[in-house]
Design a protein around this ligand. Structure first.
Ligand SMILES: C[S@@+](CC[C@H](N)C(=O)[O-])C[C@H]1O[C@@H](n2cnc3c(N)ncnc32)[C@H](O)[C@@H]1O
Length: 227
């Protein structure tokens, strides 16, 4: 896994862009859609306080310039050393530490929130609960554990995954599995919301998406639970 993503250190965006080219949308659109979801979740959970955040499986840290204004402190971790080296160069404001698999290099309760974006589908199903349990360990009581994943019910998502070379090993998980894994790891108030139904972030589209977010229609979903 680490070697696979090491080899995409400089080409990560191009490879993602090629796999979604059929949609006519840019990679940045998908990043911004995730930021909209995270901003809404943080506002619901933390109110006006910004959380400290660990982004686990952060890769080259492509989302971090967009995440920075939403958080007080930003940390990232990944098994791919090469990806982290690029993340450090691009985002000197963040604290990046290598994940050697197993225990994360942070103390218990270190963060208000932990996040894993499109990582769990690369983790062997047998290890997914342990992965989430480790996220929970470094999240303080009352904090949030958040997972953003591809929605396998969406045919365009499946097409994009099929076209992406580093997703050759991907085993997609339905929102029900994500919710079960979070609950089994001991998280409370577990929920999942789908997004990316419409190819625009216009307010009218967001309003429609919010009404439909419990249905497995959107290209991705955000699942979360409270420690
Ligand atoms: C598809 S990329 C997503 C990168 C980033 N989260 C994003 O959304 O742009 C998946 C990342 O997960 C990392 N990864 C896979 N298994 C991991 C694990 N067990 N622990 C930490 N990182 C992992 C890979 O090295 C890779 O950087």
């Amino acid at each position: 896994m680490a070697e696979t993503f090491d080899s995409y250190r400089s080409t990560y965006e191009t490879v993602v862009q090629n796999s979604i080219a059929f949609s006519g949308l840019k990679h940045d659109f998908f990043l911004e859609a995730k930021i909209v979801q995270l901003a809404a979740l943080f506002a619901r959970h933390f109110g006006e306080c910004r959380p400290s955040l660990l982004d686990l499986g952060c890769g080259v840290g492509r989302m971090h310039p967009l995440l920075k204004p939403l958080v007080t402190d930003l940390a990232g971790s990944d098994v791919s050393r090469e990806s982290l080296e690029r993340a450090r160069l691009d985002n000197p404001f963040a604290d990046y530490r290598e994940d050697e698999g197993g225990r994360l290099p942070w103390e218990a309760d270190a963060f208000d929130a932990t996040l894993a974006v499109c990582v769990l589908h690369h983790v062997d199903p047998a290890w997914r609960e342990a992965f989430i349990t480790e996220m929970k360990r470094v999240t303080r009581p009352g904090g949030l554990v958040i997972v953003i994943e591809h929605n396998p019910f969406n045919p365009l998502t499946r097409l994009a995954v099929a076209r992406c070379p580093f997703d050759a090993d991907a085993v997609l998980l339905k929102n029900g599995e994500a919710r079960d894994r979070l609950a089994n790891a001991g998280l409370r108030y577990v929920e999942a919301r789908h997004f990316l139904i419409a190819p625009t972030l216009a307010p009218w589209a967001q309003a429609i998406e919010r009404r439909l977010e419990r249905l497995p229609l959107g290209a991705q979903y955000i699942a979360s639970g409270t420690v």
